[in-house]
Write a protein of this length. Sequence first.
Length: 283
Amino acid sequence: MTAIHAPLAPRGGTASIVGNEVVKGLRLGWSERVQILIELPLFVSFVLLLGYTIGTGDQIVATGQVDWSLDSYHASWLFLGMGSYTFSYLLLQKVFWRLLAEIQTGTLEQTYLSPVPPWVHQAIGRPLASIAETALVVAAMYGVTSLAVRLEFDWRFDALVPLAALIVGAVGLALVVAGLALVWKRIEMLNDLVLMLVMFFSGAAMSLDLMPSWSGPITDSLFMTHAIDGLRTVLLDGQPLAAWGTGGLVWQAATAAGWFVAGVAVFKLSERTVQRRGALSHY
């Protein structure tokens, strides 16, 4: 199948098209509200269990017991990492599964009747709706976790910088997975493997100081590594962001932009591949 885009945009132009995608995504999110309510306690429980066990291995081995108390600083440190990971996880999963649903139902081809390039739908319209959903889930996680342990954050305006890097990088990662899904369709296991590796190497749950020496290039290349470190620097330590180093402004901008550009490139390349095969909506 060859993509043929409409020559003229509808009234309202690109903003109207993107807005329609956002509205559609929000409607899908509302239809999944029961699923979200079921998932929420699972995420909260996972974060709390990590808080009880991460970094206490020596104590558990020595005493054979788990200390069922949570340190406020450690819990806050862990929440920023896992909250960022949860945000990226849900954003990627929603983009992936909704794209897969459109492939299965044969409605993906409608995207190619739009004058806006298909990657814009995947990179802006649908993620905007998913960002709203995932932000609500993380906010609820914060509220529920705060009932179990006091989370102490220094709310500062410059925390928006690593948050923006997290969003841009996560959209880039979602575009990479979406592109691979266009070509190979059934990549659920690969999707989960990628997310698991990102959680491990980004320092979301484990300090980077405890990572193996060979993991340095991997951790440095991940947008989430620098976004999480930047959030911890600002919100937890109350310090301004440095220009260089892990979590610095340069690394945040470079990795977020790099993942976004890579995501657009992978999606467009995958798109051309399936068009040549005539398999855009074949599952």
